[in-house]
Design a protein around this ligand. Structure first.
Ligand code: ARG
Length: 460
């Protein structure tokens, strides 16, 4: 049996099942490099402050480097009997340098150690996420550049509403992912704080230097309160919440893509590299990746709800419940990083069927607002104009024609204010072009949005 590092006050060994239930090593091995990094900073500080002898600190630091090498070359075997990543690493350190390894844990607790590992891990994940989000936003902008003059139906209630530029639709997602970027950027602020030196909960009697470990670990500042430091998981909750919003945006975009590549729409064609076939129906080309991103949104929401629920009744300070912060965080990190890469690839390889998009605005009533606005701009109260056009649409529906098919004589029977220029006004391209209001779908407005996005992206 492996001797427990905390075994002193115990007379009996741990029940095997209990040991497995309590151990976190099976799911937190990825914290190993961060745990070693934290220990290196800690021991350096112990040496610098004279809490342990400089020579001993150097010996421990060298030992930690040896463990790091073993980790990189895959020689470390994680043992459940050693419970968690901290004791697994410490036991390897002990194997390499002997009893002096026992001095590493001076003025430290696993409570501040695990918090430090989690902050370091999340900081590195946030860096990756921010860079993936920049790629995704750039791909959307590059796509939008070529789709400014692509006309498509804009929808409300999934019914044709008004014609829009496809560029406008794409840039709407750009805005969502930009807000996601900003949220993750803000998340860095609360992750960039050093809990190390809080010890178990109350700080320590040793003359530690928290500012030194803060700078050695590259954190912005130390936590101001030791009890907050060891029991705070807000930085993870912010991450899980930001991830949920991000997945919601990805999922909505995927839903649009799924509709667009269906036989009914045919607005886009996904690359074969992002599609799969059916084992029974030879003709099938399934948009699995978009569906899977939509589907994986569920687990990311679940991870947020899981940790919120774990936290809601916890008294200060550390409680073992906090160990439940890991699996959900790792899962959400893996899920969103993959989802972002897949989404970026899927968007950059899809084909846009411009003519089909535009054609679908020809046989509909998405130009009805144009006629109502036309009358309103000539002085007819908008409510009355709406009524006139509504009745005309009903009449056209019965006859199986569209507004642009109505003869000038029939238009003028409805209102003498209608002139031949109405046919130009009713064209979907004109409808888009004339929506020049700030943020609207007008071609220049979409171009302005793209220009602003390019400037924004060039600053990263
Ligand atoms: N594995 C534990 C966790 O993830 C590490 C901290 C353990 N501390 C303790 N006092 N049992 O939270």
């Amino acid at each position: 049996m492996v001797e427990k590092l905390w075994g002193g006050r115990f007379e009996q060994g741990l029940n095997k099942q209990t040991e497995a239930f309590g151990a976190s090593i099976k799911f937190e091995q990825r914290l190993a490099p961060f745990d070693l990094q934290g220990s290196l900073a800690h021991v350096k500080m112990l040496g610098e402050t004279g809490i342990i002898e400089k020579g001993e600190a150097d010996q421990i630091a060298a030992g930690l480097k040896l463990v790091e090498e073993k980790l990189v070359s895959g020689e470390i075997e994680f043992k459940m009997e050693n419970e968690d990543i901290h004791m697994n690493m410490e036991s390897y350190l002990h194997d390499s340098i002997g009893p002096v390894a026992g001095k590493l844990h001076t003025a430290r607790s696993r409570n501040d150690q695990v918090a430090t590992d989690m902050h370091l891990y999340l900081k590195s994940v946030l860096r990756e996420i921010l860079s993936e989000l920049i790629s995704l936003r750039s791909v959307i902008v590059n796509l939008a550049v070529n789709q400014i003059d692509t006309i498509m139906p804009g929808y409300t209630h999934l019914q044709h509403a008004q014609p829009i530029s496809f560029g406008q639709h794409l840039m709407a997602y750009y805005q969502m992912f930009t807000r996601d970027y900003e949220r993750f950027e803000f998340n860095v602020k609360h992750t960039n704080m050093n809990p190390l030196g809080s010890a178990a909960l109350a700080g320590t009697t040793f003359p530690i230097d928290r500012k030194l470990t803060t700078s050695l670990l590259g954190f912005e500042k130390p936590y101001a309160n030791s009890m907050d430091a060891v029991s705070d998981r807000d930085f993870i909750l912010e991450f899980l919440s930001n991830s949920s919003l991000l997945m919601m945006h990805l999922s909505r975009f995927c839903e649009d893509i799924l509709l667009w590549c269906s036989n009914e729409f045919k607005f886009i064609t996904l690359s074969d590299a992002y599609s799969t076939g059916s084992s029974i129906m030879p003709q099938k080309k399934n948009p699995d990746m978009a569906e899977l991103i939509r589907g994986k949104t569920g687990r990311v929401y679940g991870n947020l709800m899981g940790l919120l629920t774990v936290m809601k009744g916890l008294p200060l300070a550390y409680n073992k419940d906090l160990q439940e912060d890991k699996e959900g965080m790792f899962d959400s990190a893996d899920t969103i990083l993959t989802a972002l890469t897949v989404m970026t690839g899927m968007l950059s390889t899809m084909t846009v069927n411009k003519s089909i998009m535009e054609a679908s605005t020809q046989k509909d009533f998405s130009n009805a607002t144009e006629l109502a606005d036309y009358l309103a701009s000539k002085g007819v109260p908008f409510r009355q104009a709406h009524e006139i056009v509504g009745k005309l649409v009903l009449d056209c529906t019965k006859k199986g024609i569209y507004l642009q098919d109505v003869s000038l004589a029939d238009f003028r029977n409805l209102s003498v204010l209608i002139n031949p220029d109405i046919y130009e006004v009713l064209q979907s391209r004109t409808a888009v072009a004339r929506r020049k209001s700030l943020g609207g779908t007008g071609f220049e407005s979409v171009q302005d949005q793209i220009d602003a996005a390019k400037i924004e992206l060039s600053k990263h």
